[in-house]
Design a protein around this ligand. Structure first.
Ligand SMILES: NC(=O)c1ccc[n+]([C@@H]2O[C@H](COP(=O)([O-])OP(=O)(O)OC[C@H]3O[C@@H](n4cnc5c(N)ncnc54)[C@H](OP(=O)(O)O)[C@@H]3O)[C@@H](O)[C@H]2O)c1
Length: 247
């Protein structure tokens, strides 16, 4: 199972680990990100050590108008791609989003609206390829239940999880497989300096889990695995009790 993979938000720490992992499995790569030139060292490393072809693509998920044309433009420049991995995300400051509309908007626009728009167009492109293809969407355990510490980010990720679920349902009779990934805490710039982190995983561990889950055509992946049970317990707490918890 290989071909060419488009990684959106490729400067993310998890994305870079995923890029190396996919390359080791024989995938050629298109690394799409803001300021994508900064990914040249990673691209050169993968081309040299793993002997895969790597293209760079300038991409901003908040530039909604550019997203419709993206699949055709990427294909015309870089060639057909069969796998899309959506890695970009933005965790706004939960205290600031209470009163700062632009911070709230940015959190929703990046994690939900931009993700939904670009995935819609990419899903149409992959469906028309009529060959085995896939979408890997990185949501979060934060989207499983609203908590006071990050409910705006959580709401956007919860929306993304539902969107991916619907997309999977729509594409289930096609050759396009959709994998939803829900990481717990991961050691990346997004979580740097945050209080209350526990069971923190490395980006490499998460990337390995993602590739394994995609290869075995899983629908939903909690990574590391124990988050499936942690979130099951969290979802089972009655609302009367849950609303009083400091989470
Ligand atoms: N770290 C965790 O604990 C954790 C847990 C659950 C889920 N996740 C999710 O995992 C994914 C990867 O995050 P990470 O942990 O690897 O964090 P990260 O290293 O901080 O990466 C986030 C990336 O998103 C990119 N991004 C933000 N807004 C963008 C936009 N408008 N257009 C294009 N790219 C944009 C950033 O680009 P720039 O480099 O240009 O700023 C950055 O590279 C995210 O979707 C995140 O929500 C992370």
């Amino acid at each position: 199972m290989s071909g060419r993979a488009l990684i959106l938000g490729a400067r993310s720490a998890i994305a870079q680990a995923l890029a190396r992992r996919l390359a080791s499995k024989g995938w050629d790569l298109i690394l799409a990100a803001r300021n994508c030139a900064q990914l040249q060292p990673l691209a050169s490393e993968i081309e040299l050590r793993q002997e895969r072809s790597v293209s760079l693509w300038e991409f901003d998920a908040a530039d909604f108008e550019s997203l419709e044309g993206l699949p055709a433009e990427v294909r015309d420049t870089c060639g057909d791609f069969q796998l899309v991995a959506l890695l970009f995300g933005y965790m706004g400051n939960q205290l600031r989003v209470r009163s700062d509309t632009s911070e709230l908007e940015r959190t929703l626009a990046t994690n939900f609206t931009g993700a939904a728009i670009v995935l819609s167009h990419l899903a149409n492109y992959l469906e028309e390829l009529d060959e085995p293809a896939g979408i890997i969407g990185i949501s979060s355990v934060a989207g499983d239940r609203g908590r006071q510490s990050n409910y705006v980010y959580g709401a956007a990720k919860g929306g993304l999880s539902l969107f991916l679920q619907g997309l999977r349902n729509r594409l289930s009779t096609t050759a396009v497989h959709v994998l939803t990934v829900k990481p717990g805490f991961v050691d990346t710039p997004m979580t740097e300096g945050l209080d209350g982190l526990f069971l923190v995983a490395s980006p490499e561990r998460v990337a390995t889990d993602i590739v394994r889950a995609y290869e075995s055509r899983r629908d939903v992946l909690y990574t590391p695995w124990f988050w499936r049970y942690i979130m099951l317990a969290v979802r089972l707490i009655p609302e009367r009790l849950f609303k009083k918890l400091k989470l």
